[in-house]
Write a protein that binds this ligand. Structure first.
Ligand code: CP
Length: 303
């Protein structure tokens, strides 16, 4: 029995197989409509979500399975003090697979160590978000047709942005990938990420100036400043609009740039960019459902 807590647990071959399955689901949805008949997915969300929870639920329904769960900790027995371990053991009596989001880093790992069924990390604090990364990888695969030799700009809150940490972990395994980290000094990419890139000789640079780096990007991955991770509201208000992508700021961008964002968007991409053919963020939302379908099939060992 396997869980998915961190994207690094998947080999490159496994990621490519998941992409192949997702592509096949897109082309032949009827073939998959009953694959999970009789199976149940539990969505245990201790933190708000629109895309991740609903796409997991849509994924299971489209596989012919059923869904149970909760969307806030206050409606679960966590509000009465139940531990993550006991919740996982309990839900294993009702469901075949669990998707868990939690504000505390490591909580889905604790769940996986105690559950009797596979557990998928649906986002843990500022740490990891492996299924968003699967959505991002399918988007890059369909937009660019490759993962090698790409210059990827990450912009915004690179300190708390768990989707950024997970996507770096996935893309660093491909040759010729270069990272450009654009953030205010207060929200720089963590030192442990940089140390790991340096150790493995992977090219990266840091800047606070988005426009000067724009022309180098194949992919620009914008992120929201994560209000819920700040201890100080004043600091959040000072930093929240550090980067706002507008059509003017794209003047030097490549015609084949892919603009990505895990969403939710607050203010960091002007809505006037939504109609630009380079905007991919709503495609990412849709691709997330297909990759979650592929992942559920894999972890449930459905042929
Ligand atoms: N991208 C993402 O995780 O969105 P939600 O917080 O809405 O699930």
């Amino acid at each position: 029995m396997r869980s998915l807590i961190d994207i690094s647990e998947l080999t490159t071959k496994e990621i490519e197989e998941l992409i192949e399955t997702a592509d096949d689901i897109i082309n032949n949805p009827a073939k998959y409509a009953h694959k999970c008949a009789g199976k149940k997915l539990a969505t245990l969300f201790f933190e708000p979500s629109t895309r991740t929870r609903l796409s997991f639920e849509a994924a299971m329904y489209e596989l012919g399975g059923n869904v149970l769960g909760f969307s806030e900790s206050q409606s679960s027995s966590a509000a009465k003090g139940e531990s993550v371990a006991d919740t996982a053991k309990t839900v294993s009596c009702y469901a075949d697979i669990i998707a868990m989001r939690h504000p505390k880093e490591g909580a889905p790992l604790v769940a996986a160590m105690n559950a009797g069924v596979p557990v998928i990390n649906a986002g843990d604090g500022g740490h990891n978000h492996p299924t968003q990364t699967l959505a991002d990888l399918l988007t890059i695969h369909r937009e660019k047709g490759r993962f090698e030799n790409l210059t990827v700009g990450f912009c915004g809150d690179l300190k708390f942005g768990r989707t950024v940490h997970s996507l770096i972990s996935a893309l660093r395994r491909y040759s010729g990938v270069r990272f450009v980290f654009v953030s205010p000094n207060e929200l720089k990419i963590p030192d442990y990420v940089k140390a790991s890139l340096e150790r493995d000789g992977i090219s990266y640079s840091e800047t606070t100036d988005l426009e000067s780096a724009m022309s180098s990007f194949d992919i620009l991955y914008m992120t929201r400043v994560q209000r819920e991770r700040f201890f100080n509201e004043e600091e959040y208000l000072r930093l929240k609009d550090s980067y706002i992508l507008t059509p003017e700021k794209l003047q030097n961008a490549r015609p084949d740039l892919s603009i990505m964002h895990p969403l939710p968007r607050v203010n960091e991409i002007s809505v006037s960019i939504d109609s630009d053919p380079r905007a991919c963020y709503f495609k990412q939302v849709l691709y997330g459902k297909y990759m979650r379908m592929a992942l559920i099939l894999k972890l449930l060992e459905v042929e």
